[in-house]
Write a protein that binds this ligand. Structure first.
Ligand SMILES: Cc1ncc(C[n+]2csc(CCOP(=O)(O)OP(=O)(O)O)c2C)c(N)n1
Length: 371
């Protein structure tokens, strides 16, 4: 593999001469965001096991990649996330409750309960494009959006994040090819977390890593330690600056490891050797960053404990509020598609509302057209 950029050692020491270039409160915000992601995971796992939500995606081990990358972006930039990018949303101030509304698919969910859980989409405070389940389809979308913004004369960067498995998709090829030819302002962030569900990297590609694939498209690339928040941040900052200067896209490979299951439907003990998980636990991105903060005098064990309790309470409140929010109205099944509801859809709607009313499930007023 090509040289991998690392700044922060597992014991929290940084390379000689390294300057984080971030104020103390920003460093603490990065750490708190990673703790929020862990709390979100923990609570969602319990909710899913208790049958109160249908599904969730764990992020354990990937937090520094998400937060390091997000910290290098401006609020005016666009994020085209994978389904394992909770930290990017939380870092930019998307309230946890907004994400929980999606997990419960309730009336406050930005997709009105029509999406799977974890398929967040937000417009404010950062443009967070809807997560799509089909692997790799969002890469050409990001390139199209970036090209449009370039034509408008903006200096917006579009970061698109995907897994190692995503590099085997058609979207990866067409996305990278178009972006390089058009010099689109895109940062391609490949999160190489070792596995695509149960498919290990050595069965995913015969290349020497994933970053090198950029050479075939005529695009610069970088390989970074994905468990090192500063390394990811530095690579994304450089790629974003290049994009803003009009010099086009970059492919970054963040080498990291998913220490949990692919999703709540997965059992990784069936295919991930326990020794490998233990090896990566020693490089845990959250512990690493905490040790850095401790060395800098910004965090004591007591403060850490208090912050952990605080983030867990914040996510718990968010989950309770979302669970207490009503389900989307019946009419949302039919709304937002046609300006004028066609006759056959109207008939189906009337049949459904009538049935629901007879069963005592619909509220008065539900089902009034036009929707
Ligand atoms: C086009 C397509 N093929 C297959 C799947 C099923 N699938 C869901 S996630 C996944 C693995 C993706 O792995 P990777 O891109 O490495 O991301 P990671 O889950 O490791 O973050 C697959 C094959 C899918 N969602 N879309």
């Amino acid at each position: 593999m090509t040289d991998m950029l690392t700044v922060l050692a597992p014991d929290g020491a940084t390379k000689k001469g390294f300057e984080a270039g971030l104020p103390d409160e920003e460093l603490l915000h990065c750490y708190r965001t990673m703790l929020l992601v862990r709390s979100f995971d923990e609570i969602c796992l319990k909710l899913q096991r208790a049958g109160r939500i249908g599904f969730s995606i764990p992020n354990l081990g990937i937090e520094a990649t998400q937060v390091g990358a997000a910290s290098a972006l401006r609020k005016t930039d666009w994020i085209f996330p994978s389904y394992r990018d909770f930290g990017m949303a939380l870092y930019h101030g998307i309230p946890a409750v907004e994400m929980m509304h999606n997990m419960f698919g309730n009336a406050e969910d930005s997709a009105k309960g029509r999406q799977m859980p974890v398929h967040f989409s937000f417009v404010e405070p950062i443009h967070f494009y809807s997560i799509s389940s089909p692997i790799g389809t969002h890469l050409p979308h990001a390139v199209g959006a970036a090209h449009a913004s370039k034509l408008r004369g903006e200096d917006t960067v579009h970061l698109v994040s995907f897994g190692d498995g995503g590099t085997s998709s058609l979207g990866f090829h067409s996305g990278l090819n178009f972006a390089a030819v058009w010099k689109s302002p895109v940062v391609f962030l490949c999160q190489n977390n070792g596995y695509a569900i149960s498919c290990p990297s050595e069965q995913q590609t015969a290349s020497d890593g994933y970053a090198v694939k950029a050479e075939a498209y005529g695009m610069p690339h970088a390989t970074v330690d994905g468990n090192d928040l500063f390394a990811v941040r530095q690579a994304v900052l450089e790629a974003a600056e290049r994009a803003r200067r009009g010099e086009g896209p970059t492919l970054i490979e963040a080498v990291t490891f998913r220490m949990g299951g692919h999703s709540t439907s997965d059992d990784p003990t069936k295919y991930v050797p326990a020794e490998l998980v233990e090896e990566w636990r020693q490089k845990d991105p959250v512990d690493r960053f905490r040790r850095f903060l401790e060395r800098k005098g910004l965090m004591t064990p007591e403060q850490d404990e208090a912050m952990r309790a605080d983030t867990l309470a914040e996510i718990d409140r968010a989950a309770k509020a979302a669970e207490a929010t009503a389900a989307p109205g019946l009419e949302t099944i039919f709304s937002d598609v046609f300006a004028e509801v066609p006759d056959h859809i109207r008939k189906q709607g009337e049949f459904l509302f009538d049935l629901s009313q007879r069963r005592g499930e619909a509220d008065a007023g539900d089902g009034e057209f036009p929707l």
